[in-house]
Design a protein around this ligand. Sequence first.
Ligand code: PLP
Length: 393
Amino acid sequence: MRPPVSSLSTRFTESVIREMTRLILLRHGERGINLAQGFPDFAAPQELKEAACAAIMADVNQYAITWGDPLLRAAIAAKYARPYGMQVDPDRQVPVCCGATETMIASLLAVLERGDEVIILEPFYENYGPDCLISGASPRYVPLRPPHWDVDADELAAAFTARTRAIIVNTPHNPTGKVFSRDQLGLIARLCVEHDTLAITDEIYEHMVYSGEHVPLATLPGMAKRTITINGLSKTFSVTGWRLGYAVAPPPITDALRKIHDFLTVGAAAPLQRAAVTALQLPDSYYHDLLAAYRQRRDHLVETLRLAGFTVYPPDGAYYVMTDISGLGDAGDVEFVRHLIEEAGVAAVPGSSFYAEPELGRTQVRFAFPKRLATLEAARERLVGMRAGAAPG
Ligand code: PLP
């Protein structure tokens, strides 16, 4: 008898990151500390909440234009003009989708043919693999290795073949916190131009850069016409539940992406798109304060993990800390994290979920720090306590 589900759906598993969130809740309820999934446990900015309520009360409650509220698209285009000097046409280059997540899959569906290859730098945010498979493409992985997670020029060059259609670049990078330097991006750009390849960049952690600078790949020579820049509101404005993301892309790609997005979801939530205009117009001080607060959280968690005996790779950007657990015993990453959840009531993500070949992440575990300092302090007590063999608090 034919199986009840498609073969495609059997080619990947559910998200391990989101599974860890469910597990910590199930085992410990409100007492559990979730350093697995990347979402804040603190309030979203007051101005945004008020803007969302105001939009609902003003009856911005029906479908927005499929590819995005014009006011929001104008605000997005303006955002790219100022710091980066990117000339973006809000009517022809800015599709708005339901989160960076939908923007990524819609982008891939818009540009890939069955049999195309997509280069993914590994470790990688776990959605990219299934995204490629759903789009009918074959992912081809190129390693980033600790402690600096640089891409090797020869390995990258060797990954480009006649079938390569695109490379996915994520900077600042989840899970490693790497911020790709202008040099490393230049290498990627040169290969894209040479092989006439598209770049799809996920820049959702753009405003969390502790060291170095964020360089949009689209600003490098020859890249504007071959880059889809993906971003979203989730991380910068602490509204992961709003599901708002967008791309900046060349007009022909935008046209294709709009159609895919239309038939996938019709559109992102109209009142929240309107509120997002307020978000994008917040003053520079917002970004300054955001970064200062995240830097403090990062430093706190890095110190905790060192005290707890982990080998730590301090991140230059984003809001995760990648660690190595080799010094803490023989347990593999999955067993280690399950033990952490059971015994310490702290969730993290097994490193293997960021690799196509799980063995490569067997000694790695990722911790997220978009959390109140009180949460991070409680995590410190439990993690350091666990090392000392004390009963978890
Ligand atoms: N891209 C990266 C690299 C992420 O780490 C995440 C969430 O953790 C997302 C995209 C999801 O973004 P969104 O909430 O806009 O769908």
